[in-house]
Write a protein that binds this ligand. Sequence first.
Ligand SMILES: [Cu+2]
Length: 383
Amino acid sequence: MFKKIINSINNKLSAVLLLIFSSKSFAAWDDLNMTEGVTAISKEVFDLHMLIYWICVVIGILVFGVMFYSMFAFTKKKNPTPSKFHENTKVELVWTIVPFLILVLMAVPASNTLTKIYDDTEGDINIQVIGYQWKWEYKYLDDKIGFFSNLTTDWDEIYNKTPKGEFYLEEVDEPVVIPVGKKIRFLITANDVIHSWWMPDFAIKQDAIPGFINTAWTIVDKPGTYRGKCTELCGKNHGFMPVVVKVVPQEEYDLWVISKKEEAFKMAELTQKEWSAEELIERGEGVYQKNCVACHQVNGQGIPPIFPALAGSDIVLNNKAKHIEILMEGVQGAAMQSFANQLSEVDMAAVITYTRRSWGNAEKGDGEIVTPKDIVEYKKPKV
Ligand SMILES: [Cu+2]
């Protein structure tokens, strides 16, 4: 019933507004408004938003109407002796009860939608979402696949050295992939500080809090790529951890799952391979760009005193063991987190080797390389 009312109010008022404002300057109306999204819930949320918006418009017109009417119709000139209706019980009852009824009227459909949003029963696919400074990790709990999703926008675009691309700050290397028409449940948490996973097209905005798991769910029927962001101020690169979800047909999803599992298998093979310094450095540069430049900068100079320079750092130059340890364990109480779970053995070895051989480090220090096998060795339990 509410839906009908909302829709009819919406249609009629929109039609009226369209007539009034059909000039070009009002064409941007849809851009200013909240997005309608692509799921049943997001559409409900949008309808609620419009219903309450129009209620506010009507109340606004009424209140300001009475106010301006009184101001102009009862000036001192026109009406020298004001009427006295102080403590008029009838008026006071009306202006208490009417707003109360309006609030209750608004609360009914709102609670209805909220109950649907907070349905946290198991999904067809359950994905754990973990916020990090400053990236997202996704773990598909049923298929046991997992990956990190890093920003891919070029740092030159960010620093205004090159023009900004179409999906500036809204593009990642690994989007979340989900099939159409299935119930996806997200279990949202964080690793370091509070983040928030926001996907406007699904009407999901859920805090990611260390030590807590918040849930959200969606069923998307329209294939496509949807973009959102972290929406909790979470530190220096808060603006650089977008959310990208690709919704694909079921068959495509199944293939993707298989390819992800194969990828993991290939990675295991790569770990066993004999790596040359050049191969490691080449791979390491990409790993560094993705995972380290946010703090240590492209040129390895860091932002002292908070983010130390890796160019010329004593650990990077001469202390291979300590270098591995810092990357694997992180530094307690500093923004330098452990990368042990974020990087494969291959990528870990590559990035360490890359930093030991870049920015003149190779010439100043021992220039020793680190291989994937060193990392595997490090991970073995010590006796
Ligand atoms: Cu964040």
